[in-house]
Design a protein around this ligand. Structure first.
Ligand code: GDP
Ligand code: MG
Length: 163
């Protein structure tokens, strides 16, 4: 069986954009309409002659905030159980939210490989704000821009190292 790499995180942080970037997909999976995409999408990716399956989670978002955190936690729990590597994506523009902290708590307890991904950093001008993400206790953040393909090669290097 191919190794599994799961992408988890809050809605709108750029999970699907990253999924498309990593899997080289040209089909638009980024969907604004709720309920159109399924909750989990699987597609194969290849890097450094390693083939692995990437899972995009949280396709269906109801817009109900009270349920939202529960849905992310369920996806994170499934990822903890089935994935070999978990990419935890947060929005570098918004900064850390309460939901991010809750997911971090779950991910810190697992022995699985967790890679912290700080997305949307293409306009970062103040490097000092980049240090706040260490406080999540998930190690060194990978600063990327999924939309622009910035540092996604470095991220893939880190992923295949952990497969
Ligand atoms: P998801 O809900 O976590 O799957 O997030 P999406 O991939 O659907 O992206 C949510 C929004 O963030 C979309 O409007 C994307 O175009 C945008 N986005 C994704 N990655 C980036 C990025 O690197 N930089 C910026 N500025 N926007 C991004
Ligand atoms: Mg999505």
């Amino acid at each position: 069986m191919k190794p599994l790499v799961a992408i988890v995180g809050r809605p709108n942080v750029g999970k699907s954009t990253l999924f498309n970037r990593l899997t080289g997909g040209r089909i638009a999976i980024v969907e604004d309409t709720p309920g159109v995409t399924r909750d989990r999408l699987y597609r194969d990716a290849e890097w450094e002659n390693r083939i692995f399956t990437v899972i995009d989670t949280g396709g269906i978002e109801t817009g109900k905030n009270d349920k939202m955190i529960e849905r992310i936690k369920i996806q994170a729990q499934i990822a903890i159980e089935e994935a070999d590597v978990i990419l935890f994506v947060i929005d570098g523009r918004t900064g850390i939210t309460v939901e991010d902290q809750e997911i971090s708590l779950m991910l810190r307890k697992t022995k699985k490989n967790v890679i912290l991904v700080v997305n949307k950093i293409e306009d970062y001008s103040d490097p000092t704000t980049m240090y706040e993400f260490y406080s999540l206790g998930l190690g060194e953040p990978n600063y990327i821009s999924a939309a622009h393909g910035m540092n996604t090669g470095d991220l893939l290097d880190n992923v295949v190292e952990k497969l």
